[in-house]
Design a protein around this ligand. Structure first.
Ligand SMILES: [Zn+2]
Ligand SMILES: [Zn+2]
Length: 306
């Protein structure tokens, strides 16, 4: 019952954000930024898109919403001079990154994603049709040798969801994080979709390790970013988690913790419409409390064995 309630709440959230996006702008311009080496960042609505263009054709990373597909394809055609769309990587299953899958398949693209993305897109209350499903999946990463680049797809376990891919192109020093980075704002961590606060924090540290001061980082949401932006979010989440943890350890209930507003000092800078201070607090509380419940279960199981 709890799981169903949470799923319904998450769906409601997704619908709300979609409706807002539609209300904001019917005629979205897709802005493109040239990152060099045939790689571009495309911004419309929803998750930021990356493309690698060149002699092998177009590899696209994420495809936003279905209603934008025509605009996106027109922009890609314009940028590349009509190169063929060959592959589309979904960094994870959310609709603001996979909404255009049917249209991209129709345009000749082959959808690629972590195996859990295919499972999630094919199930749930509104399963997506076959044309929207990844036809190539990976379990623990893969590499495209594409347009003279080595485009590495890294599997990120249990960060934003349970099927996150992050893209690293070493020779161009470019990273596309998918939603394992919300730049300059609190991240949405989809606990029902297999995300965890610890996994999210661990991967931010991982990105900092992969990057240097010159790395161009395309975040899932937010502007083109740098290692410093990743470090800043990492540090805020570490401190925010510690602040919430202290109250959990004192034995406060979830509602009492929210009322105590432990993230107050960060909210002005990091809270935003979708993930306000309360929602970020509840995400951390929920995650910490379920972790605690699991540990308690493990301990009692261990006691039983002895
Ligand atoms: Zn997103
Ligand atoms: Zn997402």
């Amino acid at each position: 019952m709890t799981a169903r309630f949470l799923t319904a709440a998450a769906t409601g959230l997704a619908l709300a954000i979609t409706a807002t996006a539609i209300a904001q702008d019917q005629d979205v311009t897709i802005e493109a930024t040239d990152l060099g080496g045939g790689v571009y960042m495309l911004v419309g609505q929803g998750g930021n898109i990356g493309i690698s263009a060149g002699p092998d054709g177009v590899l696209m990373i994420d495809d936003q919403f279905d209603r934008l597909s025509e605009n996106i394809l027109a922009r890609v055609e314009e940028i590349t001079g009509g190169q063929e769309l060959k592959y589309v990587l979904n960094t994870h299953y959310h609709g603001d990154h996979t909404g255009g899958n049917e249209a991209m398949t129709a345009a000749g693209g082959t959808i690629v994603a972590h195996a859990n993305v295919r499972v999630r897109l094919a199930s749930g209350e509104e399963p997506r049709p076959d044309e929207a499903l990844p036809v190539i999946t990976h379990e623990d990463g893969m590499t495209f040798f594409w347009n003279d680049n080595e485009i590495q797809i890294h599997y990120v376990p249990n960060a934003h969801t349970d099927g996150d891919s992050m893209v690293f192109i070493p020779n161009l020093n470019i990273i596309h994080t998918g939603d394992t980075l919300f730049s300059g704002r609190y991240p949405y961590i989809d606990l029902d979709g297999g995300g965890t606060v610890d996994g999210y924090i661990a991967n931010l540290a991982n990105i900092v390790e992969m990057a240097d001061a010159d790395t161009q980082i395309i975040p899932g949401h937010g502007p083109l970013s740098t290692e410093a932006d990743v470090r800043a979010l990492h540090d805020v989440l570490v401190e925010a988690k510690a602040a919430v943890q202290a109250l959990v350890d004192e034995g406060l209930s979830a509602d009492e913790i929210v009322a105590a507003d432990p993230l107050a000092e960060w909210n002005e800078t990091w809270a935003w419409g979708f993930i306000n201070g309360e929602r970020m607090t509840r995400t951390i509380v929920t995650d910490l409390m379920s972790e605690k419940a699991h540990e308690a279960m493990d301990h009692s199981a261990a006691d039983h064995d002895h």
